[in-house]
Ligand binder design. Structure first.
Ligand SMILES: Cc1cc2nc3c(=O)[nH]c(=O)nc-3n(C[C@H](O)[C@H](O)[C@H](O)COP(=O)(O)O)c2cc1C
Length: 331
């Protein structure tokens, strides 16, 4: 373990919870922000093609829109859009705001083939003009509303050649801040994250840049901030692997002390509460038991990558297919 000097108090980080399609839903956002440490969260993306989507699309994905666009813990929720058509993005941003959104983020990172084939997500990083027009479409549509528009980018599509151009394009179009996942689309989720590249981008723009990618522990947090020079960070898979990570970072920054390692009993309690919230959903929209079981396994599979006891529990639980049996195993 490296000896980590504590950053001084003047530079306390703000911490965002990353959008993760199919993983971070309203219940996860509630649970993680109730544990604490997060300053904002971003929803999974709403996919925009050409039509103005009905309000139910926005409120289904982000029920928090109906309660002030904050989670149950009061943490602000940003709604994310994915698309390439500036007019459609603008119209749907207006629709999201009419539904209650208070800030909008645009996705320039999604690596999915179907999304990229239809010119969405990371594929837009192949042409900085496309990034400019997508952001501009939303900024112009929301002009005068006071709603902030941010952009979440990777370092590029196949190469990092256009990283600076794309970031500058988003800034020129009026983005309020950028979140940078420190890898190209081609690099997928493979380590390492290139935090030093985030520094190069940050030095080119005047708006704040949030560093994202592979911040799994206090040491990573310190390195990511030191190498990127960013004040703020966004946590994705690591927030699921250790739901106390954001709080751990905040506590360490405030006091210099390390909180105790998260125990299996604490993790099991989070998984149990997640299942209970899904089970409590009203009948027509309630996920079937087998879906809840697979969501629990999905979360546990992320936990096991960085925790020996979770790995052992995953090996024991992975063959369980009945929800009551799964819940009993968490007790
Ligand atoms: C399953 C999964 C779904 C994701 N969905 C989204 C998404 O909807 N929008 C987005 O901007 N990024 C999405 N991402 C990328 C994450 O927000 C984040 O940038 C990435 O996981 C790197 O951060 P991490 O190393 O902290 O996980 C997704 C990542 C994963 C693993």
């Amino acid at each position: 373990m490296i000896d980590v000097p504590r950053p001084d108090n003047a530079t306390h980080a703000r911490i965002g919870l990353a959008p993760m399609e199919g993983v971070v839903d309203v219940h996860t956002r509630a649970l993680l922000t109730e544990i604490g440490g997060f300053d904002w969260v971003v929803t999974e993306f709403v996919r925009v093609v050409d039509a103005r989507l009905p309000p139910r699309v926005f409120t289904r994905l982000c029920p928090e829109l109906m309660t002030g666009a904050v989670t149950s813990a009061g943490t602000p929720v940003t709604l994310q859009l994915l698309g390439s058509d500036p007019r459609a993005l603008g119209e749907n941003a207006q629709q999201a705001v009419a539904c209650g959104a208070r800030s909008i983020d645009i996705n320039f990172g999604c690596p999915a083939k179907t999304v990229n084939r239809h010119r969405g997500g990371a594929s837009l990083l192949q042409n900085a003009n496309d990034v400019y027009h997508a952001v501009r479409g939303v900024v112009e549509a929301l002009q005068g509303s006071g709603i902030k528009v941010s952009a979440k980018l990777r370092l590029g599509f196949n190469t990092k050649q256009l990283a600076l151009h794309c970031a500058c394009a988003a800034e020129a179009a009026g983005a309020s801040h950028l979140t940078l996942h420190a890898r190209t689309k081609k690099e997928g989720y493979r380590p390492p994250a290139h935090w030093e590249w985030v520094a190069r981008v940050r030095q080119q723009v005047r708006i704040p840049v949030v560093v994202n990618g592979d911040i799994w522990c206090l040491e990573d947090f310190w390195k990511a901030r030191s190498l990127s020079g960013c004040r703020d960070v966004m946590l994705g898979r690591s927030a699921l692997a250790d739901p106390w990570l954001a709080l751990r970072i905040k506590h360490w920054q405030a006091t210099g002390e390390r909180l105790a390692v998260t125990r299996w009993e604490q993790r099991a309690e989070v998984l149990q509460q997640f299942a209970e919230r899904l089970m409590a959903a009203p009948a027509p929209g309630r996920a079937p038991d087998k879906v809840i079981v697979s969501l629990l396994k999905q979360w546990l599979a992320i936990m096991r990558q960085h925790d020996a006891e979770s790995a052992q529990r995953f090996a024991e639980l992975k063959r369980i297919n009945h929800l009551p049996e799964m819940l009993a195993a968490f007790k």
